[in-house]
Structures are given as structure tokens and as C-alpha cells.
Write a protein that binds this ligand. Sequence first.
Ligand code: AMP
Ligand code: ZN
Length: 465
Amino acid sequence: MKVFNSLTRCEEPLKPLADNTVRFYTCGPTVYNFAHIGNFRAYTFEDILRRVIQFNGMKVKQVMNLTDVDDKTIRGANAAGVPLTDYTKTYKDAFFADLKKLNIESAEMYPAATDHIPEMIDLVQSLIDKGVAYKSDDGSVYFSVTKFPGYGKLAHIDFDNQRTGARCAADEYDKENVGDFALWKAWEESDGPVGWDSPWGRGRPGWHIECSAMSMKYLGETFDLHTGGIDNLFPHHENEIAQAEASTGKEFVKTWMHCAHLKVNGEKMSKSAGNFFTLRDLIEKGWSGREIRYVLVNAHYRQGLNFAFSALEDARKSLSRIDTCVEALEKLAAQTAAADAPEFAVKALEDFSVAVNDDLNIPKAFAALFELVRHANAWMQGDAQPAQAAAVLDVFKRMDSVLGVIFFGKAEKADVPAEIQSLLDQRAEARKAKNWAESDRLRDEIAVAGWIVKDSKDGQSVTKK
Ligand code: AMP
Ligand code: ZN
């Protein structure tokens, strides 16, 4: 499998350093609010990446951090008058619920920044000891970018023309303002009760140090792969490299991968621009997690993707075309053991495999899947046999081990909005009480809202009209 490495700006084979396991760090959410679907473009890209690695027979150890202390979380907690941990818990829980809805596989670990303050203090201290970091008058600690010769290698910064040398306390800044960045921030009035004691006084870690400390703790001083959205490349990832390599003297990460932004009307979707949708916004509007996933993954990850509701409508149609074919195959196969797959299915899987291994070309992979749908539909009109149908189904399953949009074996393919679920619960009660008139009335009410109820021996299920 080949991927584009942002560090070398070349496509390169992705081969694990050890144990046939790709050790892989992904910058996770800042848990101060609900994540928006722009953030989920990054997390679905990383999910596809881990699934393609596994598709190729390698194992994955993925660590995703949770940023649960920074300017935004502190501001939110203090404004709400609740402890920081209570405030961030709401959004951590929401994040995990959203991952599930989008069928994103769990990472192996989700370390939280506030559980790793001692590791961060140790790393900052080692940078001071090595002479690349210094304490400022207010008790903060800064990394001195001129002391680390490799600074700028990821973002390819031309220092002679761009460097201003100013010191920067904020976590985020642009390439035109490269300067010494904060490793440790001295406590300020606005931090309220949030703070930890350190050799430099009370304060809190900078954002960048958290990822260097936690990634090296769980993945080693040199590991295979590090990813994020393209906005993380500078300064965040550049600073992670500086902190880690200045401290260990070793190469930090072999391969860096970044996904392009999800946009709205050509502009990056972001909380600050106010042009965002959260997952729950879209689910409330009647779209399902799998439809949203379909839209997010069906574009090349290095290309900008403009969000539009028409794309969700297309996703609904495309998924329904896949579902119809898969359901017909399931009926035909009827639990028969698989024989050899017909030629068209073998070819589709080959094309699929070439596409995903070519720097995750998911649009091309979907084209292979739709070729399979087209051929399978035509083939089922003829002399298709159950054992071969089972083999074709296996090919769909193999493809979906990467795409994750078919939801094999999942009872509900659509996310049911809360009000529909409440009507379903009332209907279940009515049926338990053998109140058939009320059950029928509720079925009609659910139908008016756009959902069809089916009853079976396992209870009721709903599908979107
Ligand atoms: P944040 O919570 O802002 O640190 O972002 C979490 C992840 O989402 C990071 O990997 C970001 O690069 C990514 N991200 C934020 N906005 C977008 C967007 N509009 N499109 C794609 N990725 C994004
Ligand atoms: Zn990070």
C-alpha cells in the first residue's frame, strides 16, 4: 500500500517498523463542544486509513488523544461554573456516541491530556536541560525554534523570508509568524481553578506538548504514522516534531498524512466561522450516520470537499442501490457456504484493492463496488447459484471492511430521531398491553413523519420512507 507522506511530499510504501503493526497517532478532538462534520472528515479519513492497513493484513495500534485542557475548554467550564472535568465529560461522551453513528472503528487508546500532566512536565524539563527551551519572566516555558535546526522541515518553511522571531503564547499561529512557542503556560486569573504545580510554578501545558508526550508514551520515541487535518500540519505537527526530536535525538515519525478540509461554499467548515453542522444537527434533519459517512469518505482525502445537502440525497440513492443488490444476494445465498466467486466479482475486488492501495483512492474504490453491483444485478437475472451468491456477498463484505457503509449485521441502518424513537417506545408499550387501536394509530403517526414500521417476531423495526 502506498500513501502520500507530507514530510517527503512523495508517495511511499507504508511498511511498519516492527511486529507487522502500524503504530499510529491521530490528533483527536478538543472536547469543549460537539464536533462538527468537518472534524469528522478527519476522523473518517483516519478510519479508512486504519481499515485499509488491516485490509492489507497488517495490524494497527492507533492512539487518539482527547484535548481536555486548553484555552477553549477552560473558558467554557469557567463560564458554565462547573469543574473542567465535568464540562469536558459531556463532550467526550458525545464524541464517542458520534463515532459509533459514523461506524468509525475504535482506536486502541484514547488518552486524555489531563491524565498525562507529569509526562508533559518531564518532557518540558528535558527540553530545558537540553538548552532548547527557556523560562520567561511570567513563569511560562517556551521552545526556542532557532535552537532546533530541523524546525520547519514538515511545513517546508523558508526562514530567510518569513521569520519574524516574535514569541507566541497562543496555540495556533500562521507560517508568517513563526516564533518561539509555549510549552508550559503560567497560571492566569482567567484560568480560575484550573492549574497544576510544576517546577516553574502553577500553570498548564501548551497544546503541542500534549501530543508529543502521549504519542511517545504509548507508541515509542520513533513510530510509523501520524495524521490529522491539514490545518494541524503547521504549527501543531511541526512543533510536535521539534519537541520530540530535540528531546530524544531520534526521528519522531516516519510518515505524516493530512486530509484536506471539508468546506461550505468554498470556505473551511469551522466553529469560529459559524458555518458548521454537527452530526446531531444532520441526524435531527433526518439524515443517517451511514449517509453522512458515505459523503465524507467518498472523495479523495487530499482534495477539498464541499459539503452540500444534494450530496446526502445522492448518498441515500446510492446506498439504496447497494442495499437492494445485497438483500437480493442474501436471499439467494440463504446461508449457503461460499463457492468460488464469479469472474466479475474477482475482477471488482482486484480493482478495489488497487484503488485503496493507491494512496486511499476511495472514489475509485466505490467505482469498483458499483461495477460489482451492476454485474451482480445482471447476473441474478440469469442462472445465479446460491453458493456463488454467497461468494459475491463475501466480496461485498471484504470491500465494506474498508468502506464501512453497508452496515452488515446491524439492525438499524438508519438513525432514528429521538421523537420517532419515543413514538416507537409508546407503540411497543401499546402492543404489550394488546392495545391494537393505539398501536395502529402510532404506526400512522410514525408514517406521517416519514418512517415505515415493520413488525416481526423480534419486535418492530423502522425504515425511512
Ligand atoms: P480540533 O478539535 O479543532 O483540534 O480539530 C480536530 C480535527 O479535525 C483535527 O485533525 C483538524 O485538523 C480537523 N478539522 C477541523 N476542521 C476541519 C475541516 N473543516 N475539514 C477537515 N478536517 C477538519
Ligand atoms: Zn496533536
